[in-house]
Design a protein around this ligand. Structure first.
Ligand SMILES: [Zn+2]
Length: 547
């Protein structure tokens, strides 16, 4: 409905007065829906809007979000008709049926339904559009059904089945596909926004075919069944677009497991401004990166977005005037103008050896994929000391812990103190879908049920937070994409001095805290309050601050 129609509907049922309307017209923002304005102002509710619209069309109103609808009923109306007329079969008992639609005024609707349900009396009911759309997922055939069809009809099943799996994974924005053999089945799971979800199953007898095809395309040995193998595939989709995939095959007791990572093109275009950094953190990182030498470390567990942050930094530093060289395992994304070296165990090109030869070529900026061992750590610190800006990731839970861990690796305290510029810790949280985001009001008691220390972060009054209802745009999860939460420890002269005394992580944190450092959880709380993510997401990846 457009605003003219909404006005008519609401005035007709006396749900608003002409005064209300005039006030709305004056105060509404451009492009805003009249109904949204009145709902936000508390003049009407969603169910009043539904009720009013139904009355206007002289039909009943059904709140589909609280009405259980069987999938069997939905499927009684063919998909093309259902989507064209936006109808859902709500009830089919005896000689009458009830069909919900968000547009009862469509001319051919009644006659089309009558052809479909010959001897029945048809009752139309009005339902809000946002409650109809989610029900259409009932038409999507599960992967298994599509597999059985392929198996029935084709001789060469592997390519088709792989196409179906990858197609679904791409449609759902999955980052990884796992094919996990069990005793007599193989489970297919997708990682979507960081969370694993089962996508389908396939009988194990068909798996060898699929496994072999993946191995051949990824240039792996097909006669090797007991060793781990890595490879990559440039896969062409049905729409001819390419997607780069990294493949890993690992032996398990029930067979070889395949993990496929879909490499997102978008990371190539990512800048530091897109990471979810606060203005202050963005300034800090740019300041540290502008120095001609020193070391910036990003810490966090696997899958916390460390590499993405470093790539974004490299991209922002990547001008023709500077030489940037990377050593990575593996090279995940190609960046134009950057020399990228791949670690290669077969030719004994390790992080340490690669880094040593890179430094000899005297680049301005060096990115080391990860500092894993003492040798790499020592060369990295030396490089940072002798006029290179060194960027790397390091496996540590928080920023303060990285320092004692590096000292434990045998790095000289004075070398570390004079090279380290900045340590970042980070995690990823899912972003609330902007298409279905709405606000919720929580009392301090509600919040305390979620986590004990709530009062410290939200006070003791009512709090407005946000969540996604779920819509087509976000595949009914309420989330689209992810963003980072960060903890920044800037190496001040005070911390430099502290490093010389072999400090515990607690001591470092104490000093950083006094200088105003926010921890991961606090940065996350800002994003919760601003409606970027939910409190549940934050609690999933970070613990409430202890001090
Ligand atoms: Zn949504």
């Amino acid at each position: 409905m457009n605003n003219e129609e909404i006005k008519k509907v609401l005035l007709a049922g006396n749900y608003i007065t002409l005064d209300d309307y005039n006030r709305a017209e004056k105060n509404m923002s451009r492009g805003e829906l009249l109904s949204d304005y009145f709902i936000n102002e508390g003049i009407i509710t969603i169910s009043i809007l539904g009720q009013a619209t139904a009355e206007f069309y002289h039909v009943s109103y059904t709140n589909l979000s609280s009405y259980p609808i069987s999938k069997a009923n939905i499927l009684k109306i063919p998909e093309d008709l259902a989507k064209k007329f936006r109808v859902v079969l709500v009830n089919d008992e005896g000689s009458e049926i009830v069909v919900a639609t968000d547009n009862p005024a469509q001319p051919d609707l009644a006659s089309t339904l009558q052809v479909l349900f010959k001897n029945k009396k048809i009752n139309l009911t009005y339902a809000l559009p946002e409650t109809i759309t989610p029900l259409f997922t009932a038409y999507q055939k599960p992967l298994e059904t599509r597999f059985s069809k392929i198996i029935e009809e084709k001789n060469r099943i592997a390519p088709e089945i792989i196409d179906e799996i990858i197609g679904d994974a791409i449609n759902l924005n999955a980052s990884d596909i796992h094919l996990e053999p069990l005793v007599d089945e193989v489970v297919i799971r997708f990682r979507i926004d960081g969370v694993m979800q089962e996508a389908g199953r396939i009988k194990k007898v068909f798996y060898e075919n699929i496994l072999n095809r993946v191995k051949v395309q990824a240039k792996m040995r097909i006669d090797e069944h007991f060793g781990a193998q890595d490879g990559s595939i440039r896969y062409q989709q049905k729409d001819k677009k390419f997607v780069d995939m990294r493949i890993s095959v690992i032996p398990t007791i029930d067979g070889e497991k395949i993990v496929i990572r879909l490499l997102g093109e978008y990371v190539r275009g990512l800048a530091t401004g897109d990471l979810g950094l606060s203005k202050e953190d963005e300034n800090t990182i740019n300041e540290a990166a502008a120095k001609p030498f020193g070391m910036i470390l990003v810490t966090g567990p696997t899958g916390s977005g460390k590499t993405t942050t470093l790539y974004a930094l490299v991209r922002s530093l990547n001008t023709p005037k500077v030489n940037i060289t990377t050593i990575e395992d593996p090279v995940e994304y190609r960046i134009t103008g950057v020399n990228q070296v791949q670690v290669n165990q077969a030719t004994d090109l390790t992080f340490a050896k690669g880094l040593r030869s890179i430094v000899r070529q005297d680049p301005d900026i060096v990115l080391v994929g990860e500092i894993r061992d003492q040798e790499t750590a020592e060369i990295a610190v030396n490089a940072a000391l002798t006029g290179h800006l060194l960027l790397s990731t390091f496996h540590a839970n928080d920023a303060a812990t990285a320092i004692p861990r590096l000292l434990d690796m045998g790095i000289e305290p004075f070398l570390l103190a004079s090279t380290l510029e900045l340590i970042i810790a980070q995690r990823l949280v899912r972003r609330i879908c902007l298409h279905c985001r709405h606000s919720i009001t929580l009392s301090s008691v509600d919040l305390q049920k979620k986590f004990k220390q709530a009062e410290k972060f939200f006070g003791n009054g009512e709090v407005t937070l946000y969540e996604g209802k779920g819509c087509e745009e976000c595949n009914f999860t309420g989330f689209t994409g992810r963003t980072g939460i960060f903890e920044f420890i800037k190496i001040t002269s005070e911390i430099q001095e502290l490093i010389l005394s072999n400090p515990a992580s607690g001591q470092i944190w104490e000093v950083a805290r006094k200088a105003g450092t926010e921890d991961l959880f606090e940065d996350g709380i800002d994003k919760v309050k601003n409606g970027i993510t939910t409190i549940e997401e934050l609690l999933r990846v970070a613990e409430p601050s202890k001090d």
